[in-house]
Design a protein around this ligand. Structure first.
Ligand SMILES: [Zn+2]
Length: 434
């Protein structure tokens, strides 16, 4: 019998090219080597019994700010600019440091694993420390170092950020879990010169560009006033889309802008909860779907969501889009699950490695308990995931072939310590604000 590292047995496997079926998954050296109905074929070091569980690809969270975890619930129910300028930025300015980012990211990474996220795409600062925390938890990460025109974090200017990204890219080049990306914050915080430099560096190092785009109507109005172009047209005029771009939010794109994104294979991170909570707005994605724009799901940071649940996002997004389009057939459950997994993988340029159960892909998988009152009866696992289940039903998580959560307990960190640390920082933040 062939020796392997991990065998998942008896799970209800969700593959996207056939109907769900009960089967096994053989995993070795971080990858899926076989799945199907075999028995007694492999000698596994570890066996995960997935009886009465769905086994599916882990969720890919394509837009978040994980180091903002300690700001969850700090200020809510406020207009965007007041929320940012009076609450988030003053606290951020005071606390932002390598240590803060490491601790707060560790909390956020833990929360993401508990929500079934096995890969996240971040935008923040001190990516080196976020990388440490991601590796400690065992989650896969694409870390977009934020680029702004003015001094921020420990950077005096954008050129220092570009130098840091270059250094981090070579440091983590061969790391199985970590990739770096370039994240110009937005067109209103990053001028023409730095947007072009960001794009050129991304081309040189072959990295993803991660940008907030067309999040509010104000952004569109300001851009028209300043450049006589809409936001995506403006970026296009700079040649920004010549490199792989992930546009977060992208709510207010007109027909021409949508065509620009479609022609350039630009992906979008939908952040419905954040957009609703901050009243940034919402619009139909029907024409995006018609044009074949790749959609993915982001949670945004917990400061504006206030959770990291992909199951909540896909439920909310599907229902909102049905109502907006007066069409209950739009974004059906199966498509929503694919958007949150393989759509995310494609958005990050990782579709060959993650996002579905396929031989040769990385074993980034989650198990979801379906043996409980809430889950039963179960006719269609996709519908159950989108409309019924919550993150509490996610029991196990495997990233790169390693079990990182078992029976809802994180394997690599002490959860009690994380909770104590969150309480400690909350007190420090309260003391500062008083
Ligand atoms: Zn954001």
């Amino acid at each position: 019998m062939q020796k392997i590292e991990l065998l998942i047995k008896n799970g209800l496997l969700l593959t996207y090219d056939k109907e769900p079926f009960i089967g096994y998954i053989a995993i070795d050296k971080g990858r899926i080597i076989e799945f199907g109905n075999f028995r007694n074929k492999y000698d596994a070091q570890e066996i995960l019994d997935a009886t009465n569980k769905i086994v599916m690809p882990g969720f890919v969270n394509t837009h978040t700010h994980v180091a903002m975890s300690y700001f969850k619930g700090m200020a809510d129910d406020l207009p965007l600019m007041e929320w940012l300028s009076k609450h988030i930025w003053p606290v951020e300015n005071n606390f932002l440091s390598a240590d803060f980012v490491r601790d707060s990211s560790l909390h956020g990474c833990a929360e993401m694993i508990k929500n079934g996220i096995t890969t996240f795409n971040d935008m923040y600062f001190f990516g080196d420390q976020t990388a440490e925390s991601a590796q400690e938890i065992g989650i896969r990460a694409v870390l977009g170092e934020g680029v702004l025109d003015y001094p921020v974090a420990n950077y005096k200017n954008a050129d220092e950020i570009f130098a840091y990204i270059t250094k981090m890219n070579s440091k983590y080049k061969d790391n199985a879990l970590i990739d770096f990306a370039i994240a110009p914050h937005a067109i209103y915080t990053c001028g023409k010169e730095n947007l072009i430099k960001a794009k050129e560096l991304a081309q040189k190092l072959d990295l993803l560009l991660h940008v907030h785009l067309s999040e509010t109507k104000q952004e569109v109005a300001d851009c028209l006033k300043r450049h006589n172009l809409r936001p995506a047209e403006y970026l296009d005029s700079l040649g920004f889309f010549e490199q792989r771009v992930l546009a977060a939010h992208a709510i207010w794109l007109d027909e021409r802008e949508q065509n620009i994104l479609a022609e350039n294979n630009t992906s979008i991170a939908i952040n419905t909860s954040s957009n609703l909570k901050l009243a940034s707005g919402f619009d139909s994605f029907a024409s995006y779907l018609e044009k074949g724009i790749n959609l993915s799901i982001g949670t945004d940071g917990v400061a504006s969501n206030n959770n990291l649940s992909i199951l909540e996002e896909i439920s909310l997004t599907s229902k909102l889009q049905k109502a907006l389009n007066d069409d209950p057939t739009i974004l059906p459950a199966r498509q929503m699950v694919e958007i949150a997994t393989s759509g995310g993988a494609k958005a990050l340029g990782k579709e060959k490695n993650i996002g579905s159960i396929e031989v040769g892909k990385n074993a980034d998988l989650i198990c979801v308990d379906i043996n409980n009152i809430q889950s039963q009866p179960l006719y269609n696992p996709f519908a159950q995931l989108v409309y019924t289940l919550t993150s509490e039903n996610i029991t196990d998580s495997i990233v790169n072939g390693k079990i990182v959560m078992k029976d809802r307990e994180l394997v690599n960190v002490d959860e009690a310590e994380l909770i104590d640390k969150a309480k400690y920082y909350k007190q420090k933040i309260i003391d500062f604000r008083n």
